[in-house]
Design a protein around this ligand. Sequence first.
Ligand code: 13P
Ligand code: ZN
Length: 273
Amino acid sequence: MDKKNILTAPFVREMQKTTANMYRLGWDERNGGNISYLLDEGEVAEYLDLACVIRTIPTGFDATALIGKIFIVTGTGKYFKNVEDDPENNLGIIRIAEDGTTAELLWGYSDGGRFTSELPAHLMSHISRLSVDPANRVVMHCHPTNLLAMTYVHTLDTKEFTHTLWQMSTECVVVFPDGVEVLPWMLCGTNEIGEATAACMKEARSVVWALHGLYGAGKSLDEAFGLVETVEKAATIYMLTAHLPRVNTITDEQLKILADFFHVTPKAGILKL
Ligand code: 13P
Ligand code: ZN
């Protein structure tokens, strides 16, 4: 059967739209940010011959839990700004090979490029999220301006950071009742930061990299994007108000009322009731 044109595939179109939106929101300057999206093998097979491997690329870490899984992933050094017009160069579709440590390139990275340098954090986070929520498909990293600014002026304690964000907008505790996990500054692009991020991803879908950016995970690009958007909105309110006298605040009692009404369970140990 003839294959369909991959440039018409919904998952490629979605990646183009999402990266363009993230760029326009100022979350992804230059090559900042990266996305990995777990695809359905049957859907990919409508567009690509899955027996045709363009080249193999070692990953440098063990992803045995993801053997055979196919992801569309942004390229390292590539600009989100450019994905819309040139997806084949800026994106790639990879499959984790039988050895668990090699990526088989099925499409993309057309100038000889490779997947994001943050692949360890992405794939290790996928493994963590899938163990908690088998429907998780997306891991997204970016550099949202106000969240990044907040990590310079707020304590980096996970509980305190989460509590502050929840107070910054009424919908926060509903959108991310699991809170945010905060990692101290670490060297990016390494297996170590990948392991630390993946450990946090067992607890929450949002992980702050202090003085660097944010990771968000979700069932779809929309869901992960909406999560990042909501965290960044809260951080924006914080940065607009932190230097001003606080006259009003959302109390812990009100956060509990919200959680009860919307049937979510706020991360334990944060509300003092
Ligand atoms: P890549 O260009 O390798 O995706 O890296 C961008 C980035 O945000 C590093 O944290
Ligand atoms: Zn980054």
